[in-house]
Design a protein around this ligand. Sequence first.
Ligand code: SER
Length: 595
Amino acid sequence: MTANELRRKYIDFFVNRGHTEISGKSLIPENDPTVLFTTAGMHPLVPYLLGQDHPAGTRLTNAQKCIRTGDIESVGDTSHLTFFEMLGNWSLRDYFKKEALAWSFEFLTSDEYLGLDVNRIYVTVFEGDNDAPFDQESFDTWVSLGIPEDRIFRLPKQDNWWGPAGQTGPCGPDSEMFYDTGIEACGVNCRPGCSCGKYFEIWNDVFMQYDKQSDGSFEPLPKPCVDTGMGVERTITMLQGKNNVYETELFSGIIAAIEDVSGRQYEENDETIQSFRVISDHVKTATMILGDETGVKPSNLGQGYILRRLIRRAVRHGLKLGIDKDFLGTIADSVISLYRGVYDELKDRRDVIISELALEEAQFRKTLEHGHKEFDKLLPNLQRNPKKIIPGRVAFRLYDTYGFPVELTEELAEENGMSVDREGFDEAFKKHQEASKKGADKTFKGGLADDSVMSTRYHTATHLLHEALRQVLGDHVAQKGSNITAERLRFDFVHPQPMSAEEKAEVEAIVNQKISENLPVSMKQMTLQEARNLNARALFEGKYDEQVKVYEIGNFSREVCGGPHVESIGELGRFKIQKEQSSSRGVRRIRAVLT
Ligand code: SER
């Protein structure tokens, strides 16, 4: 089933059940300062979910363009996308759980629609907490539809609750539907919601029963609503039996266009795969933003800044593939033709899209060129250094004056048989930041390290590493093991493939950035359940009412752990990954040191 067929079938199904098809809205939310982009199908409907009447009635359905940019750096793996489409059906104070779940079930399993094997469908429901009770009605409905109780999982807020797009607004328990892909479970705790790939999330039915207030309390809505969301890209990947979304028609044409322009093959090696994915995702999203009627342009602020980052990152990955001429317009054309008949605003705004991409691309290339020239000028002098190391302050000047990314300085250095003193660069960067940050805490602890001090530092560094890995690689990263000596840390975690050099560098940069911010470490005692409600990282083992310690590092990391930990992380020094290798199937092992 193609994406076009899926959209049509979905909308027809709900139109046949009394829903009105409404058009998707702009990617830039109207009157909502809490988010930069439309992040879900329900987003433009928030005022109606909160009580206003919708002119099209009480049952609505559509496809909505969405952008989520929290994970830009993770794009390049098999699952993260910045642009996606969401299919949805809504009840505005009309039907509720029974009808919504029954229709979801029918659409998934009926041969006329998706025809999925009912024996491979798993569902989850909200288990209940202090804010809201166990979702008995959803549970009973699934049972009545024929899902055996052992395939209905009760999960906490972190899995089965849909919060408002911003800080306040409509929210409530949800029930998610998963399809068992048939691959082996990753362990005894593998269940729907686990990110190993066994259970594929297809659909989310949200029951909006509350309006979250700015003081954090939950006001019941007088008449509840239903909001459901099915991701187009994910669903067709699963229906087509593909390994990842880049193998579907929503990307294959874009990838072919990049192959044409670059003369390279997508599957040449891990690095080409990553660069092709980054370029195709980023150019698609940039095209969608520029194609939006609101007329966002690249800038240093808000949506414009995200657009600029996407474009520049695509150009950089183009350079990695050896593309040294302007090419984004050609790739954008493949995006425009892919969505012909679906998002025709792209075709109508083609001139703007192409010219803005060309402008930003040319400007960025000029920035890079200036930096490059300056580097060439400095080179003879730099090469006199017998250690062949480029001082950090030089790399920083290239960055500060010419906007030349340090990663590029490193690449040029390597081409010339040299390396960059990254520590020195970070130091200069940090000084610069500190100078512009009033009242920054510059106290660092001194003293000679003994064994126990070092082990303690490694414990804390492990938490930083864990969080940084999740930011760079995605939420599927879960701790599988940890081993600490006074010399190094070792950390095992779930991740399907080797990390690229770029990913390792990003993880190091995040950890070192946090260390340079000298964040404080604090500890609180609570039950495991309370820790989970706070979204603390925790292993699955343990009883809900067990007392645990939760360590927080600034706002960056929150993890259940026995300790010990340092009091503030400035004393950790410099974090460096020495090795990243396979530990067992689907598990990677990192060895890292503090220097
Ligand atoms: N708002 C929910 C989601 O984005 C359902 O549409 O998953």
